[in-house]
Design a protein. Structure first.
Length: 297
């Protein structure tokens, strides 16, 4: 099976490359960063064009792991966030429509589309009320996938990723904890610590992608990508500190970070029906993440 991974140098994209190479897929890559690796396409940061890979090859699957995944950035640079998360998705869809119409297209969306849900766990048909430009832009990208399936017959699906973590991730909660703990005995975080998230380790996320490729109808279909386990930020921080064997104190400043939701936990029935069961709880996943952090020091 021939697969194209766009954003192949990023956190999720690089893991996709390794995972599908190990499954003996014929893996091609596309990224804004220059590479001498075989079967790799360079995508320009400005006025990007995604046509060439699809002109050169007929892919069975294309995974788009590119774009911005930073809520704060979307407030500071809403136009650039829109280009990365909406315009580029539309360009990829046009390239597939024009040159590779049978390709299955998977785009990474985000749980940020939900905002603060009224009911937990969050199901895929819950009302979407994003709290940030980033969340709105991810929702717009999903609508594009629905549009190109409905009007052009493309095979599309969106993965609403909740709080993914693992080796190579250098942002978000656990990376922030690590950086602060290196230099301070008291680590201060935003919020109250009572906010909740649904964390998913990268290996479980990769399993989900594989199941989606094999089972999804690709009718503009949407899936939650999480573990169906609700964890407070304080609990997550304490597990991290314990697993790292750090004698540090974690405090919370009580300030809500702009664009951040209060409580998240995903309903995973759609993917459970495909056979998905998470293999990593937070403790085990953080052990592996911390092993990587220590090797990277």
């Amino acid at each position: 099976m021939k697969i194209l991974i766009i954003g192949s140098k990023g956190f999720i994209g690089s893991h996709c490359v390794d995972y599908f190479k190990n499954k003996a897929f014929d893996v091609y890559r596309a990224d804004v960063n220059q590479s001498l690796e075989k079967n790799t396409y360079k995508i320009e940061r400005q006025n990007s064009d995604f046509s060439q890979p699809f002109k050169d090859h007929q892919f069975d699957v294309c995974i788009n792991a590119s774009g911005s995944a930073h809520v704060g950035f979307s407030f500071e640079n809403p136009s650039q966030d829109f280009e990365l998360n909406v315009v580029n998705v539309q360009k990829i869809l046009v390239a597939i429509r024009d040159y590779n119409e049978n390709c299955k297209f998977i785009n990474f969306s985000s749980a940020a589309v939900y905002g603060n849900p009224q009911v937990l766990p969050i199901v895929e048909n819950s009302i979407c009320k994003p709290l940030s430009p980033y969340g709105f832009h991810k929702l717009q990208s999903e609508l594009l996938l629905t549009e190109y399936h409905k009007f052009f017959g493309l095979n599309t699906c969106s993965l609403r990723v909740f709080s993914a973590y693992g080796p190579r991730l250098k942002k978000q909660l656990f990376w922030d904890l690590y950086q602060k703990a290196l230099h301070n005995n008291v680590v201060s975080l935003f919020g109250t610590g009572k906010e909740t998230r649904d964390f998913i380790y990268i290996d479980d996320l990769l399993t989900i992608i594989d199941l989606v490729i094999e089972n999804s109808p690709f009718h503009g279909t949407i899936y939650n990508v999480a573990s169906n386990l609700e964890t407070t930020i304080n609990e997550a921080a304490q597990i991290f500190i314990k697993e790292f064997s750090l004698e540090k104190k974690v405090t919370f400043n009580g300030e809500a970070k702009i664009g951040d939701p209060n409580n998240w936990v995903a309903d995973m029935k759609k993917l459970n029906n495909y056979g998905f069961q998470p293999q990593f709880n937070l403790s085990l996943g953080l052990k592996k993440y911390i092993e990587w952090l220590k090797k990277s020091e």
